[in-house]
Design a protein around this ligand. Sequence first.
Ligand code: SF4
Ligand code: SF4
Length: 72
Amino acid sequence: MIHIKEELCVYCGACVAVCPVNIIDLIDTHLKIDQPKCIDCMKCVKGCPIGVLSMERNGRIYEFDYPNRGLF
Ligand code: SF4
Ligand code: SF4
């Protein structure tokens, strides 16, 4: 599942644009993800410019490593 640090989000919409299954909605200042439909591609995690999103899978948390761009 995707975790959202909502207090950091700047509502830029980048994650909405990259989701291949269109399950991220940005309504005013609220980000909503239809988690059961998520295909775990992590494009939103990589696409968020400030690291708001992370993914939990098989008990592990995946976050984008910004200093090294692209490494988890
Ligand atoms: S991991 Fe992929 S499918 Fe799931 S919300 Fe993010 S972009 Fe969409
Ligand atoms: S890309 Fe990041 S900052 Fe932009 S709306 Fe999505 S979670 Fe918020």
